[in-house]
Design a protein around this ligand. Structure first.
Ligand code: EPU
Length: 418
């Protein structure tokens, strides 16, 4: 199992280019199931989760071809099995995103229930209730969801809770349904809007994506299209947090700063000077120690839960006391005990972590438990004095493209041990 060896203590400086968003490319890949014609996806990141989705689509009979310049061409004309096995779904929960597309285009789907997760229980009841309200017959048995519908029917869906992949699944299903669907209390994440752009390029009729009310007028069929994936706001924010925790100066390029506002405001509160361009963000934290600040995670446009673990790492060396409150997932503090092993002073009270900043962390062997926890431990290792080894880095490969190369470009001493 790969590990990362980090020699900490060097302020990160330089520029890094940001890849396409993981949480955008995964639903877009699922959307390829909705048309017989090929979908060309540009700016697709090379990630383990993308490879898993390619394997999933391949297992159903689709052909995915890697093109030049990070493009993927997906041809689903050969799909002959509407089936997502436990074997694949258990490695990646986002596999649930094929449920809506399969049901809408083929009238049937058999998808494994995702099961447990390191960050919380993560049920999918809202996906299933929404599809049932659109007329699907759904049966959950032996660990599998079996869904059928001749043709889904447009309806009003008022979601009890904001759900990102739930909104995406229902929006995809509605795109081929009979009549108009309205999703109230929809997720407003930029990745939902990006998926809607892709679907609209395929011929879907969608209004309001990016707001909490999405209206979808179903069409009979969708066509092939070309779609360019949105830049990854979480990857970009992670490199900015790395500059903040190490006292460096980092510019992230090929980004959409308008999708990163909550994080940029927060980095400012931690004491960073933030400069914005049309497609870049630079933060300067040289010769400064971060100041403590409070973080409260919320659905977009609030502070993203996917940056909570990284800001926890920054808080460990900040001057003063920070309180980090996690409101989206009930178990997303698994990085904290590892940070404590590196000398952090943290107490957890329910959904809040109270962090008394220390002058310096000290390097230690630590274990990653999920994707963003790994990012947090890498940041801590880069800031710490001495050597750290982050184990189970397969988690990081799910969501960060060429992670050690990008950090090395910023001057970090980090190498992969196989
Ligand atoms: N929820 C339910 N029922 C549902 C669906 C969700 O109760 O049917 C609850 C969840 O348990 C959670 C909250 O609603 O408490 C929000 O979960 P959501 O459904 O929005 O999460 P998700 O769609 O499974 C996506 C991202 C996550 C990100 C969350 C929140 C993708 C592929 N995944 O997950 O990304 O943390 O939204 O923003 O888009 C990551 O990239 O590291 C990651 C975990």
């Amino acid at each position: 199992m790969d590990r990362l060896l980090i020699q900490g203590g060097t302020p990160l400086c330089g520029e890094v280019s940001i890849s396409g968003a993981k949480n955008s490319v995964l639903p877009v890949l699922a959307a390829s199931l909705m048309s017989e014609e090929p979908l060309l996806i540009q700016n697709a990141p090379h990630l383990q989760d993308v490879a898993s989705t390619m394997r999933l689509l391949g297992s159903m009979g689709a052909t995915v071809t890697l093109g030049e310049d990070n493009s993927l061409r997906v041809d689903t004309s050969g799909v002959n099995r509407c089936y997502a096995s436990y074997d694949i779904v258990r490695t990646m929960r986002a596999s649930i995103l094929v449920l809506g597309p399969l049901l809408a285009r083929y009238g049937q789907a058999e998808v494994s229930l995702p099961g447990g997760c390191a960050i919380g229980t993560r049920p999918i009841d809202l996906h299933l209730h929404g599809l049932a309200a659109m007329g699907a017959a759904i049966d959950v048995n032996n660990g599998y969801i079996r869904a059928r519908a001749k043709r889904l029917k447009g309806t009003l869906l008022a979601l009890d809770q904001i759900t990102v992949t739930g909104t995406e699944n229902l929006m995809m299903a509605a795109a081929l349904a009979d009549g108009t669907t309205v999703i109230e209390n929809a997720a407003r994440e930029p990745e939902v809007e990006d998926l809607a752009c892709c679907l609209m390029a395929m011929g879907a009729r969608i209004r309001g994506a990016g707001t909490s009310r999405i209206e979808i007028e179903g069409v009979r069929e969708l066509q092939g299209a070309t779609h360019q994936v949105l830049p990854d706001r979480i990857e970009a924010s992670t490199y900015l947090a790395a500059a903040c925790v190490t006292g460096g100066k980092v510019r992230v390029g090929q980004v959409r700063p308008d999708t990163m506002e909550a994080v940029l405001v927060k980095l400012g509160e931690y004491g960073a000077s933030v400069e914005l361009g049309e497609d870049y963000v630079e933060i300067d934290m040289r010769d400064r120690r971060p100041r403590a600040a409070d973080v409260y995670t919320a659905a977009y446009p609030g502070f993203p839960t996917d940056m909570q673990a990284q800001m926890t790492a920054v808080s460990t060396v900040a001057e003063g006391t920070s309180t980090i409150t996690e409101t989206i997932f009930e178990n997303r503090f698994m990085h904290i005990q590892e940070l404590v092993r590196m000398g952090a002073n943290i107490e957890v009270h329910g959904s809040a972590a109270v962090i008394q900043g220390v002058e310096k962390l000290s390097g230690a062997p630590v274990m990653a438990t999920d994707l963003r926890a790994s990012a947090s431990l890498i940041l801590a290792g880069l800031a710490a004095e001495g050597e750290s080894v982050v184990d189970r880095v397969y988690h990081i490969d799910r969501g960060y493209e060429c992670v050690e190369e990008k950090f090395q470009r910023l001057g970090a001493s980090i190498q992969r041990l196989s």
